[in-house]
Design a protein around this ligand. Structure first.
Ligand SMILES: [Zn+2]
Length: 74
């Protein structure tokens, strides 16, 4: 199963979009929303609140905070 390169959700079979950059990087997008955020707006998945990558990072930060390490704050 292919996952969306931006939000991390599974692409529907026969759906979604494959985007290849000139340098050869391949992205898969589940929706136009994800494509626009990545390509047109140049956003990073880890900095966009509704993506899986953001939630994962948030979790990692919270766990490392519990260990006594200082987080980056907001
Ligand atoms: Zn997506």
């Amino acid at each position: 199963m292919v996952k969306c390169s931006f939000c991390g959700s599974d692409l529907p079979i026969g759906g979604g979009k494959m985007f290849v950059k000139r340098e050869g990087t391949v992205f898969y997008f589940c929706s136009n929303k994800c494509e626009k955020n990545q390509v047109a707006l140049g956003r990073k998945p880890v900095k966009t609140k509704w993506t899986e990558a953001y939630n994962k990072l948030k979790k990692t930060l919270l766990t490392s905070k519990e260990k006594g390490e200082t987080g980056t704050g907001k």
